[in-house]
Design a protein around this ligand. Structure first.
Ligand code: SF4
Ligand code: SF4
Length: 228
């Protein structure tokens, strides 16, 4: 068995997510991502269970593994107790660890996800946070949102949120201790290291392609991946 296959099999999500697939297609029938794209979890699981290095590398380099929405509907229906969504999680991690994610269009967008959802979780404890939603990045919010941003403290108070306050309720400030525990979870699970790899590989790619690269959301590479 190749080293790469061994690396995949060692991921606990593979142990939990793939016992033996009988190719029945129930996961594909229930999968919302399969309903709107050419994504097919049955094919992914069937390919993985060949444990063939060449097929595995093709998957790691493909857009396919980034199509799953991680809703885990497949977990509830598989007659063999497999979880294609977990298999996809293991494939995504391996794709980042090996750098293969940079070979697909969807994979190259991981930097945009890391710098938005990922960093918002670490900064605020929320994947989407009101302070970071602006009409430059989310033009669909329209001019009313600009007004709301300028007046958010009064508006969010009037609608009964706990914005910025250390108390219970929506948009509350997450206590320092919880934020520090969150960071520890990222460190312990390898997410921090994976974030660094996304940055590192994206930087290399940007350099090769002559695209500007910097930190934050104003850098040329980020904007290109985010907008395209
Ligand atoms: S539902 Fe389960 S057994 Fe059926 S194809 Fe999907 S993973 Fe395989
Ligand atoms: S977790 Fe992924 S593969 Fe499973 S049903 Fe949801 S979108 Fe489909």
């Amino acid at each position: 068995m190749s080293k790469l296959v061994e690396q995949l099999k060692a991921d606990f999500r593979m142990v939990e997510g793939l016992k033996a697939c009988i190719n029945c297609g129930t996961c594909t029938a229930i999968c919302p991502a399969a309903g709107v794209s050419d994504y097919d979890p049955r094919v992914v699981v069937d390919t993985v269970q060949e444990y063939n290095e060449e097929s595995l590398i093709s998957l790691l380099k493909s857009d396919t593994i980034w199509r799953c929405g991680e809703c885990l509907s497949c977990k509830t229906r598989c007659p063999r107790d497999n979880v294609p969504g977990y298999v996809i999680q293991a494939l995504r991690s391996l794709s980042i660890d090996t750098g293969y994610f940079m070979e697909s269009e969807q994979g190259r967008k991981q930097l945009a996800l890391k710098r938005t959802i990922g960093e918002h979780i670490l900064q605020y404890g929320y994947c989407v946070y009101v302070d970071e939603v602006n009409t430059e990045m989310y033009p669909e919010q329209g001019p009313v949102w600009d007004w709301l941003q300028k007046n958010k403290e009064q508006v969010l108070e009037r609608v009964g949120t706990s914005y910025g306050k250390e108390q219970s309720g929506a948009l509350r400030k997450i206590p320092e201790e919880s934020m520090s525990n969150l960071k520890k979870i990222f460190d312990e699970t390898g997410a921090t290291e994976r974030f660094e790899k996304i940055e590192e590989y994206a930087k290399q790619y940007a350099r090769q392609e002559g695209i500007g690269f910097d930190s934050g959301k104003q850098c040329e590479y980020f904007k290109k991946m985010y907008e395209e």
